[in-house]
Design a protein around this ligand. Structure first.
Ligand code: PMV
Length: 325
């Protein structure tokens, strides 16, 4: 059977960085995110006895690294049904992969939904989220809709993501600025293995539960200034842990720093915008919808508007009949 699914990537407001179990991808802490409307993956999966092996095409190419991860995930899906049937997978992203825009989140969420549907396996949203997590941690947050919390959990079944609020809860947006096309030099999966070598890591873990509670309160109250301040400080904290790990992980490029400094300047001029950065160099600018015209002017002025994508809060993963082959 052939099935197609769409999943949006997400931006984490409270980050996932570090796994206490790398096989099950159980995180050291919970995280909070929002799905992004214009950054998504469409994936078609067909299982057939006619296929002699699994084949994977991502954005028109066979990417060896991603191919192995996709095939490993197909294996997990096949195990649920105890079958050995091979699959053909075609996947398309609306954005470049490997630069820190979290294509693995949308990619593995879409693969999880299309793959299980193609084998006729019916799972609850929570079960889909757990299954997606095994392929890429942040992928579990791309299954539910809108504003999402990933509950840390100590077992496979307890570590899942659920929707805190639907996409229309709050008119905030994420203007992602792709500062350069180059790929990040170390993947999240690799980078996370050294998290415990940072002396800042224990300090981070000590207060993260409190931070999650504060962020959730500001989201509930739609208090943008408090929300934005927590989000930006959280991104800097995660990057401080990265930079003080052994080996040190330094993902920022000069343009990243330029944007992070500009955001401070713009705030002092009365433009309420905050920044966050994932693994990589691209900068996500978070603001309310009413602030977009002023932000657009600023980005045009420093020459970054053309490399920007405006994202609104988006729905969770869903199936479609628009197959890619
Ligand atoms: O899910 P991964 O392995 O791509 O890791 C994601 C890590 C961050 O993007 C830096 C943080 C997050 O919570 O999305």
């Amino acid at each position: 059977m052939k099935k197609t699914a769409v999943a949006h990537t997400n931006i984490a407001f409270i980050k996932y960085w570090g796994k206490k179990d790398s096989n099950l991808r159980l995180p050291y802490n919970g995280s909070i995110s929002m799905n992004l409307s214009n950054l998504y993956t469409t994936t078609t999966v067909e299982f057939s006895d006619q296929f002699r092996h699994d084949s994977v095409e991502i954005d028109g190419k066979e990417e060896p690294m991603e191919r192995d991860r996709v095939i490993a995930h197909l294996g997990r899906i096949r195990n649920l049904k105890k079958v050995k049937t091979h699959a053909h997978v075609v996947s398309k992203n609306t954005f470049p992969s490997g630069t820190g825009l979290s294509s693995s989140a949308s990619g593995f969420a879409a693969l999880t939904l299309a793959g299980t549907a193609a084998l006729g396996i019916s799972l609850s949203q929570r079960e889909l989220s757990c299954l997606a997590r095994l392929a890429s941690g942040s992928a579990c947050r791309s299954i539910p809709s809108g504003f999402v919390e990933w509950v840390r959990g100590d077992t496979h079944e307890e570590s899942y993501a659920y929707s805190l609020y639907p996409p229309d809860w709050w008119d905030i947006l994420d203007v992602v600025v792709m500062v350069r096309a180059e790929k990040k030099y170390i993947s999240s999966t690799k980078g996370q293995t050294v998290v415990t070598t940072s002396s800042f890591w224990t300090a981070r873990l000590k207060q993260i539960e409190k931070k999650i509670i504060h962020l959730k309160k500001s989201l509930q109250a739609r208090n943008f200034t408090t929300f934005g301040s927590i989000v930006e400080a959280e991104a800097f904290e995660m990057h401080a842990v990265m930079m003080t790990s052994t080996p040190a992980l330094f993902y920022w490029l000069p343009e990243t720093v330029l944007l992070l400094r500009s955001v401070r300047l713009w705030r002092s001029e009365g433009i309420s915008v905050y920044a966050t950065v994932n693994t990589g160099h691209d900068v996500h600018l978070i603001c309310e919808k009413k602030t977009l015209p002023a932000l657009r002017q600023k980005l045009k002025h420093i020459g970054f508007w053309k490399q920007s994508i405006v994202n609104y809060p988006a729905v969770g993963a869903y199936c479609t009949d628009q197959h890619l082959f």
